[in-house]
Write a protein that binds this ligand. Sequence first.
Ligand SMILES: [Zn+2]
Ligand SMILES: [Zn+2]
Length: 495
Amino acid sequence: MKTAEKKLPRKTAVHRKAHTNKPSAASDAVVAPPQDETSEIVQPDLALTESVKIKPDENNVVIRMYNIGFGDCFLLLIPTSGGSKKVLIDCGVHSSGRNPHSSLKQVIENLMRDISDDEDENKKRIDLLIATHRHQDHVSGFADKAWKDVEVGEVWMPWTENFDDPEAVKILKKQSTAGKKLHDALTLMLSKPSFGFTPEKLAQIQTVKDFTENSLSNAKAMDTLHHGFRGGDDIQRRYLPDKDGKFKKIKSDLLPGVTVHILGPSRDEEVIRDMEPGANEQWLRLIGEMGNDLKVLNPFHADWSEAIEKADLSIFAPNPNAAKSLKADFEKINNLGDGAELNLATQLEKAVNGTSLMLMFQIEHAHLLFPGDAQNGTWKSVLQDEESRSLLFKTNFYKIGHHGSHNATPKEFVFDILQPKFKAMASVYPVAAWQFIPKAELMAALRERDGEVVRSDAALADFPDPEDFTRTAFFVETKVPIHPSGAADDTDTDE
Ligand SMILES: [Zn+2]
Ligand SMILES: [Zn+2]
């Protein structure tokens, strides 16, 4: 039935980069317009829609990016002296960015097969499991019951997940309280038509509410990460980096020959400040109060600003001074129309992203950078630290930070640090409300820096997948050599 033009043969595809962005004829294979690049999406080869089990390679790290929707899920097979080791980094999808062609359920099924033993498919193991931060789009998959049978060597999470660390608890509490309050406020705003919002405004509030769901507690998934898997509490959990800075670099028996550099989140005051959601308590409290007594607030019905002038504030405060301060409070609500709720939601999103682990895996020549959703604060502290900075120069694989958002890959890193011939993967899915993810300029800059760049959801007609990437409907996969080119026993010598 599908008459979609097939992708060009892979060999020619590599050289088509410079073509114009003129859209080619639409076809029924086009799933959704890409938000960033004005190029048509090309479906994977139909022959490849059947998923296949990941295979280890003794000269390469195999990196499989599942097509999970708007979220992250990466499986690494690392060759070591102790055999091939499996590392999983995140497994989650945002509820507003699900991929109907590759559901979370399907991703988990494929993942379970990929981590199963070749001899005994009931035996499943991940040597190192990492949750970069507690956002839904990074952890929601861990709510699935399939994980209870999975043997896990170690679980790593950011230091902010350590419930024995008072500073971590403080941050977590602030974030979860802010998330819940904001979510409640938005629910209230949507549930009371007598608030008098226009349909457009209601749609905006709904979008903000969907966005906020990312930061809710994700309790079930987090419980798996903290206590679950086969072995439960006996599995070692590490919260990184540790307080004494002892584990800035981890060499573990779990992964012989592998060094993992823990670049973030640091405990610098500046970075910690990024983790605190801007508390706009007053705004949240007022929304709550309004919901409690709509009758009284009916004067606000038509137009916020006008209503504030007219409202009989003495109902709230019989004492004139208190009424005056309430009036000032209400003026703040004027911000409602200007997107105060969006500001709060954005601050909260950033705060949770600020806790994201940022890791560099070093396996001989291979340097794989996984920054999670780390934000400017974390990046800044990494770029300012001489040792970490020099490590960044060696990056030959880059998991594009925060799904290609504008605030998670500094220009300095792209233009001054990344060396040509790197590979980069962005885990994305088109969501109408987040038109600028991934950021077109960032994707273009990475390609200009001679990077081999792919996105998880689909290849683009004008930017076909480079030849050493494999794409199916369920994943994109590539390999990163652990020996410098020419040094391996059996790699091709034509470079
Ligand atoms: Zn994310
Ligand atoms: Zn995030």
